[in-house]
Design a protein around this ligand. Sequence first.
Ligand SMILES: Cc1ncc(COP(=O)(O)O)c(C=O)c1O
Length: 440
Amino acid sequence: MRTDYEARGLNLACNHSEWIRLLFCYGSNFPIRGKYYIGNIYSVIMSPKNTWGKYIQKRLESQKEKAHFRSLPRFDSLQPGYLLAGDNRYLNLCANDYLGLAADPSSHEEGKVLAEVLPSGAGASRLVTGNLAIHEELEKILADWKKTEAALVFPSGYQTNLGVISALAGKGDSVFSDKLNHASIIDGCRLSGAALHRYRHNDMNDLQSLLSSKRGRKKLIITDGVFSMDGDIAPLPEIIDLARHYGAMVFIDDAHASGVLGPNGAGTLSHYGLEWDKDIVVMGTMSKAIGCQGGFVCTTNEIREYLINFCRSFIYSTGISPWMAAMAHFNICRIRSESQLLAQFRSAVSVLRGELNQRGVPVDDLPTPIIPIVLGESRRALQCAGELLQQNIIAAAIRPPTVPDGTARIRISLSAAHQADDLKKAAEFLAEIIESNDSI
Ligand SMILES: Cc1ncc(COP(=O)(O)O)c(C=O)c1O
């Protein structure tokens, strides 16, 4: 009889009448074992029928009440720095395509040639038959660019953070993570099962006090190189010093620094003139300045081998598309050899930051592509984005939970493809909108 109930448990979860009959007919013999049954009994007693529908509806309604509801905007096409929809051409101040390579004509031409010789799909995970020469060529160029021993490529940056962090750290370890680190880092930390200690953003005193007071078999410090919603840069020299002092490994998420910081876009370490060493792991994504898709981690040969053996998001996922890997390889070669790409990017950054400051919208003087204009309430950010849209300018209103409550913002991201005149106009509109909306 017991086996029978167990077998039927799942199907009965939402069938009230049968559950209630079982509950009352079998009395104390009813096999309540562990959380699963207790959860079901709770749902029978407490929930009306259609539990799922009500739950989903309630959550969506609450998002709408808080002005946090999201939907997908749709466009017809992408041009470097601009978006097309119907008859409109919008200045795109939202993309992470920092060097304008995602729709660049010469990369596009190369893509056509590559499509003749490479498959669109790897067909299997890298460990089975999905590892092609182009994957390893891409890893070689990434390791060379980041000045590390080795690299490993993943289908996305999110998957990279999730898998690498949870493979490196585990139960009994301590992870020290900046409070403004990207969601994929937070998810990787949670999945790892390690004790998670979040330090105040870029606050080295807080990091030191946590490192000195929290125990852990192994310690891992994790920071974004460039913070995705604030555009500021992690104080890597201090972080690395602390890591050495407390015997910790440093994990840098260089998603927003790869391709834009440092002399040839090599990222945050090179921005500071720091050398990589074996206790530093650098991850990045090919979906931003590289203009493609996929994630990577740059590290030692030994950690690469370890990840191939233990990193579940790598092992149990099909290898990145060989065609996409070749495109990323091509674009990285371009970033390293065509110095005008970085020069144009830097010029766009200084034009917009300078124009905003001149017009009374204070922004930091940083070499990064991300400029946050913090407006406070979500409604205010949405209104500002809506008014920019009327001027054919698209800038994202970023709201909680992506950013902390009360810090909703317009997040501008720049591209080498933006024209100075368009950026000046955007700064002008933005300053006017902010001034006229001060009372919202
Ligand atoms: C800091 C950071 N890390 C990781 C990721 C994930 O990268 P991907 O888009 O390749 O999944 C992102 C993407 O937004 C990011 O901003």
